[in-house]
Ligand binder design. Structure first.
Ligand SMILES: [Zn+2]
Length: 287
């Protein structure tokens, strides 16, 4: 698993990052509101700190668990008489599905939200947001991923492929790339795209607490958490309670989970942002 991540996933993620960065410059989707020369290096710096938690804890634990699951033939897929390629694909689908629940839990559980808030407090959304996670979120996701792999019976190869796909999918759907609307609508019938995930980063609670899927769109459809009908130029990215740039420095982001929490969905004057009626039904992706 370590080898796949180091020699396949990381170089692919670096290439994806570079290509999306160029595409964002050429065809931006939303207008930037913050100083990009401050926020992009800050996101990458936070990603750098988090990569220590990933390399020293997440990857060693998760790969050891995946090897143990394979050796002891634990989990659902190790009990089913399916051909290996089918097991591999089903493992990826089930990992993506259970990851939907992890992301939803990050939003619905007050303790987990303290960590995920750091990701959502970004004032703009672009490929660098895909690196902006608090190390604590990875720390907490380690036992969850170990449980996913154990219950599903995912092989080490499937587990590593899932991490690689997760990284690439996160880069893509956080990117600020304006795809032609008809192309994105077609893509979004099965996978998470930049406009769909942009709605998840809206300051409005009902929009952010939707679109939890990471790779496949189907999970949001299945659980009625799919929101596609918000036009991108009407979205304010970030959290209502954290608009002040002086509160979003690297140091403040690192301590954010451990200090008194604000209600993320209201401005500091107590006003809650709301949106009037939208022109299209929930399931229709808007420009
Ligand atoms: Zn989220």
């Amino acid at each position: 698993m370590k080898k796949i991540l180091t020699f396949v996933a990381m170089p692919l993620a670096a290439i994806g990052f570079g290509l999306l960065l160029l595409a964002e410059k050429k065809r931006p989707l939303r207008k930037a509101t913050a100083n990009q020369l401050e926020r992009v290096p800050r996101n990458l710096a936070l990603g750098g700190v988090t990569s220590l938690a990933v390399n020293w804890l997440f990857v060693p634990v998760v790969s050891a668990v995946a090897r143990l699951v394979q050796r002891r033939k634990l989990g659902l897929l190790n009990r089913l008489p399916l051909p290996a390629p089918l097991k591999f694909i089903v493992a990826l689908i089930l990992l993506d599905y259970t990851f939907y629940w992890w992301h939803r839990w990050l939003h619905e559980n007050g303790f987990l939200w303290r960590f995920h808030i750091v990701h959502h407090a970004d004032l703009d959304l672009d490929v660098s947001t895909a690196a902006r996670f608090h190390p604590g979120e990875y720390l907490l996701s380690t036992p969850y991923r170990a449980a996913q792999i154990t219950l599903i019976g995912a092989s080490p190869a499937a587990a590593a492929t899932f991490e690689a796909m997760l990284m690439l999918a996160a880069e893509f759907h956080h990117s600020n790339v304006r795809l032609p609307l008809d192309v994105e609508r077609r893509l979004n019938t099965f996978m998470v795209t930049p406009r769909m995930h942009g709605i998840h980063h809206s300051i409005i609670a009902g929009e952010s607490n939707a679109n939890y899927a990471t790779i496949l769109t189907v999970w949001d459809g299945l659980h009625q958490t799919l929101r596609r009908n918000v036009p991108q130029d009407e979205i304010t990215i970030g959290l209502a309670a954290y608009r002040d740039k002086s509160q979003l420095t690297l140091g403040k982001l690192l301590v954010m989970p451990f200090v008194a929490q604000r209600n993320a969905w209201q401005f500091i004057d107590g006003v809650r942002p709301v949106r009037g009626a939208l022109p299209a039904p929930d399931a229709e992706l808007m420009a």
